[in-house]
Design a protein around this ligand. Structure first.
Ligand code: BEZ
Length: 250
């Protein structure tokens, strides 16, 4: 997950990412528990967890985002760690994660799940949301078409599993799945160039090795094609599908 984030822009223009994470916190059973916020980004949800009385620590693999988290919330603890390779001395009551796991390749998911399992106390809760099967199908479909029109192939940079597929990974890692739901969440984007900005912020890998002018033209064409589906009354939307799960370490 070696992504170079524009942390300031992410924090300013993509605040909806953590806004929706608030209701995920409500899936935690119990009060005043210790929580590891895995892939905490700018720390907004770590702060929210602490506001709700949890003893939360944020972990992220981006030093840019950790800098912002530490600057915004100097009273909280943020530690460096990559979901795929982290280890913790302490065992937590809860591992929590919002909008992170779709960035991890399918082949690496078992490593991440094994690390989470080890980081939890027996009986601990693993609560997360990620992009699920069908997430951004319109956006990636339009980009793929435009890549192909330009003689390029589009390699999907994210992992968006079904409930069945992900539940099997969780069970293989030793978890008991208590709750899993896949649901649509059309999400309003900020600004008159909302979709253009979203693609620029989040879809970087497929453009590696592609000339800047071709990249610009592919994005603009995809945005134009998507206008009648994802722009309503001047507001742009992202066709998100979420996978939310709660699993426990028996
Ligand atoms: C998501 O939250 O589903 C997501 C965000 C950015 C890129 C891909 C997926």
């Amino acid at each position: 997950m070696n992504i170079k984030w524009d942390g300031e822009k992410y924090t300013k223009s993509f605040a909806f990412v953590h806004r929706y994470g608030n209701s995920l916190i409500d899936m935690i059973d119990g009060e005043k528990l210790s929580v590891l916020d895995l892939g905490c980004g700018n720390g907004a949800l770590t702060k929210e967890l602490c506001n709700k009385g949890y003893d939360a620590v944020g972990m992220d693999a981006s030093s840019e985002l950790l800098d912002i988290a530490r600057r915004n919330y100097p009273e909280l603890t943020f530690i460096y760690g990559d979901a795929v390779s982290f280890e913790t001395d302490k065992k937590y009551d809860v591992v929590f994660s919002n909008a992170v796991f779709h960035w991890i390749d399918k082949e690496k998911q078992p490593y991440m799940l094994s690390n989470v399992y080890k980081a939890l106390k027996s009986g601990g809760q693993f609560i997360f949301e990620m992009g699920g099967y069908g997430n951004n199908v319109l956006i990636h479909g339009a980009l793929k078409n435009e890549f192909e029109k330009n003689g390029k192939s589009y390699v999907m940079p994210f992992y968006f599993p079904t409930i069945g597929e992900y539940a099997a990974l969780l069970e293989n890692a030793g978890f008991l799945v208590r709750n899993a739901v896949l649901f649509d969440r059309m999400t309003e984007l900020e600004g008159e160039n909302g979709l253009y900005d979203w693609i620029r912020m989040f879809v970087k890998k497929p453009f590696e090795g592609i000339a800047g002018d071709m990249e610009e033209s592919i994005i603009n064409s995809a945005v134009a094609v998507l206008k009648n589906k994802l722009c309503k009354n001047g507001k742009w939307y992202s066709d998100y599908v979420r996978l939310r799960c709660k699993a426990v370490k028996p």
